[in-house]
Design a protein around this ligand. Structure first.
Ligand code: GDP
Length: 306
């Protein structure tokens, strides 16, 4: 079993390649939930849904979120009657959000709700929210604090970031299922996801870093040189006083990382890192990267077993 730590774009791209290599039920994904949001009575969990739709064969892989060929009738009509929402949701996507909200309101945990939804969507991978309590990444800009979705979707990332704040009413604690998934895996892969908004929220859950220290952990950089392949990772790293590059990503994860992968195009070598082509422009490129990573894991496993 391979366990991934994932956000909603870079690591899902890698898992799309991995699906050709190993069976879905051999994969467990621990997913960031710090971009979750309640609105219109429903519960948005964007990274969980991207991963779930990927394994259910429903994901819109042009945008890396939402369901392919979904319609937006409800969203458009809400706007027409003066109730615009913070995120334009597809109709089928909304159904999942409504179902999850109903389950949460009935008193079950996010882990249980995700399990029910995964099973109903015939998703064979195990998808685990990082914790069962609410954590929210907020962006502080010019004295105003906003939800990450408002920063990224509402303002399209076009505001200065003074600080990244994680809001929670109680300390996030990794679930037993999360810790077991790390412990029992052949290896843990931290895919090329945003270090500040996707991976760090998972690492901040009590128990995760300690569990990773006892595992074989391979990390793939989301940066090529000082530019992320997509998204606001550079601005967010700078808000943490870190250079936006692979070196800083490695430094952030160093205490539990066994192998750090930097891209072959990266102009500056990182000491101790290995180089692979990490640019997953299509499914074939993702498969090639997955094969290279799996080879590292297999070699390490042979070495450990001998
Ligand atoms: P989010 O939840 O949508 O922010 O998605 P993630 O955090 O999972 O992924 C965003 C990160 O993926 C960005 O920082 C990108 O640089 C990285 N990324 C996207 N595509 C690729 C790729 O093909 N190769 C690499 N190395 N990184 C990628």
């Amino acid at each position: 079993m391979i366990t991934f730590l994932s956000g909603g774009t870079g690591t899902p791209k890698l898992m799309r390649g991995y699906r050709t290599l190993i069976a879905d039920h051999e994969m467990t994904v621990i997913v960031n939930t710090a971009e979750d949001m309640w609105f219109s009575g429903s519960h948005l969990s964007p990274d969980i849904d991207t991963v779930m739709y990927l394994f259910a064969g429903l994901l819109d892989t042009d945008r890396w979120w939402g369901i392919q060929d979904d319609t937006t009738i409800t969203s458009e009509f809400l706007e027409r009657i003066g109730c615009p929402e913070p995120v334009t949701l597809g109709d089928r996507d909304r159904a999942v959000n409504i179902a999850r909200a109903e389950m949460l309101r009935s008193g079950i945990t996010l882990t249980e709700a995700t399990q029910h939804l995964s099973s109903r969507l015939q998703c064979d991978a195990t998808i685990l929210p990082m914790c069962d309590t609410e954590v929210t990444t907020c962006i502080q800009s010019d004295g105003t604090e906003m939800h990450f979705q408002e920063y990224w979707v509402g303002h399209r990332g076009a505001v200065t970031i003074d600080a990244v704040i994680r809001r929670c009413s109680e300390t996030p604690i990794a679930t037993e299922q999360v810790l077991k998934a790390i412990r029992d895996a052949d290896a843990v892969i931290i895919g090329p996801s945003n270090p500040v908004t996707s991976i760090s929220p998972i690492l901040e859950c009590e128990g995760v870093k300690e569990a990773l220290k006892d595992q074989f952990v391979i990390v793939i950089s989301p940066f090529i040189g000082d530019i992320p392949v997509s998204g606001p990772a550079a601005e967010l790293m700078m808000a943490w006083d870190m250079a936006p590059n692979g070196q800083s990503t490695y430094d952030l994860y160093r205490e539990f990382t066994d192998v750090f992968v930097q891209d072959i195009r990266d102009p500056k070598p990182i000491e101790g890192a290995i180089r692979l082509d990490t640019l997953m422009t299509d499914k074939e490129a993702a498969l090639a990267l997955a094969e290279n990573i799996q080879q590292i894991i297999d070699t390490q496993k042979d070495h450990r077993d001998s």
